[in-house]
Write a protein that binds this ligand. Structure first.
Ligand code: ADP
Ligand code: TRP
Length: 325
């Protein structure tokens, strides 16, 4: 079974990325599946054309993913643009994609609503994502809930291309979404996202993490009063990290009163720092060896290109495109 997923190098990794996506990537890899994971740098170009930011985010993401447990010996880890064939497949998919399908895409509409200047790349984002998935004959795509519609579009486009040029040319993939962690809330209670400036970063110092936890938005219930854990942003995050026993204790403390949001925030900071202590250590070590990271990505790129070339040969042939070189 081929597993595939991508993350955009568009800022710093946060705990939403871990619970929604990367934790599943590691688990699927360690369960022995054939995993392809990549850094979606073509996608990142749709939202920023800042050269230094892209370069720095790409190295951060590669170093971070390896530190979190993606093992380039087990998984094919690569940079999207090392397989330019995906841009070619995007074109074929564009030509079987009705405009309406993209006009209905909520992530595009959301971004435009938030005042982001729409370029054609942003509009076409789901088609490039479909090409990423389909070019590697992927069966299963682990993602957070926000990617559900992109997966539906991918399945739709695979069907349309198969209908145009031949059954079974492309494998129709399934999304894999772990519902309990599908949407991790940010410090303001909205979905945690780099674009909302509400993230808790994975690779920050202990001190910065605790400080960030103190900024989580809570209501103004006084310390001594009982509190409802079900509506508290801090508690939602504690749930992701605490053992069942500790969670029950904290829940009881909320309901009893005399336990303030400050206590909960400090405990959350400690839990996060403990959870990522090892990964942070690995990150610090690997950060000083960027050439090793680049070598690992280059090797992944070679493997990925082989698979992509075979798919493209199939599609060129089936569609009547003349290849004369
Ligand atoms: P961001 O929204 O911060 O830009 P990305 O789009 O790079 O994050 O997401 C990379 C992966 O992490 C995707 O699979 C996405 O679904 C998942 N993810 C991002 N934010 C969250 C979140 N708050 N909760 C659950 N999963 C998330
Ligand atoms: N759109 C995804 C995100 O924002 C990133 C992505 C690009 C992706 N191509 C993909 C995810 C292919 C899964 C499969 O998180």
């Amino acid at each position: 079974m081929r597993i595939l997923s991508g993350v955009q190098p568009s800022g710093r990794l946060h705990i939403g990325n871990w619970f929604g996506a990367i934790r599943q990537f590691v688990k699927l890899q360690n369960d022995g599946h054939d995993c392809f994971y990549f850094l979606a740098n073509y996608h990142a170009l749709t939202s920023s054309q800042d050269k230094a930011f892209l370069a720095e985010s790409t190295m951060h993401l590669a170093t971070g993913m390896i530190s979190l447990g993606i093992d380039p010996e087990k998984s094919t880890l690569f940079v999207q643009s090392d397989v330019p064939q995906v841009a070619e497949l995007t074109w074929f998919l564009n030509c079987v994609c009705p405009m309406g399908l993209l006009e209905r895409a909520t992530s595009f509409k959301d971004k435009v609503q938030r005042g982001i200047q729409a370029n054609v790349g942003l509009f076409d984002y789901p088609v490039l994502q479909a090409a990423d998935i389909l070019i590697y004959d992927s069966n299963v795509v682990p993602v957070g809930a926000d990617q559900k519609q992109h997966l539906e579009i991918t399945r739709d486009l695979a069907g349309k291309l198969n209908l145009a040029w031949g059954d079974n040319l492309l494998v129709v993939p399934e999304p894999y979404i772990v519902e309990s962690t599908a949407v991790v809330p940010g410090i303001d209670g909205q979905k945690m996202s780099k674009s909302y400036d509400n993230t808790i970063e994975i690779f920050a110092t202990d001190k910065a993490t605790t400080k960030r936890c103190r900024q989580i938005v809570t209501d103004s219930t006084p310390l001594e009063d009982p509190k409802d854990p079900a509506t508290c942003n801090v508690f939602s995050l504690i749930k992701l990290f605490a053992s069942p026993e500790e969670l029950a204790e904290i829940e009881a403390a909320y309901r009893a009163g005399g336990y303030g949001y400050g206590h909960a925030k400090n405990r959350l900071g400690e839990l996060i720092n403990a959870e990522f202590a090892q990964a942070r250590e690995r990150y610090e070590q690997l950060r000083s060896r960027p050439d090793d990271v680049k070598d690992m990505l280059a090797e992944g790129g070679r493997k990925a290109r082989k698979v992509a070339d075979a798919t493209m040969a199939r599609i060129r042939e089936a569609s009547g495109i003349l290849t004369s070189y």
